[in-house]
Design a protein around this ligand. Structure first.
Ligand code: SF4
Length: 103
């Protein structure tokens, strides 16, 4: 058996093992944040239940409790970051009920 045929067979076995559960995550636009939210507010295809529950606000009124100063925030590219509590882009100037100040 050639290496190409073997590799193709292995790939098909992996895909078959996934049982069709292979999920392609949607690309989420994130072309800029700031106080206006910008691309951080594009939630196309994102489950928003948890951010609603936690009262996430992409323009948090209290600058001392912004996502950028939260332990659960990870900065990303294009001015948006992510939160460990829910999927999708997060504005660095956002905030929610679960804010945890960085040590
Ligand atoms: S937990 Fe922190 S990073 Fe996540 S939305 Fe709330 S304030 Fe922002």
């Amino acid at each position: 058996m050639s290496k190409t045929v073997h590799s193709r067979r292995v790939m098909l076995q992996v895909l078959g093992a996934a049982g069709g559960a292979l999920v392609v995550l949607p690309a989420v636009g994130c072309s800029g944040g700031g106080s206006s939210g910008g691309g951080c507010n594009d939630l196309t295809g994102v489950d928003t239940a948890m951010r609603t529950t936690l009262h996430y606000n992409p323009a948090g009124p209290d600058a001392t409790r912004h996502c950028s100063g939260c332990q659960l925030y990870t900065g990303g590219q294009n001015g948006c970051g992510t939160c460990q509590l829910f999927p999708g882009p997060v504005d660095p100037n956002g905030s929610c009920d679960s804010f945890v100040a960085r040590a």
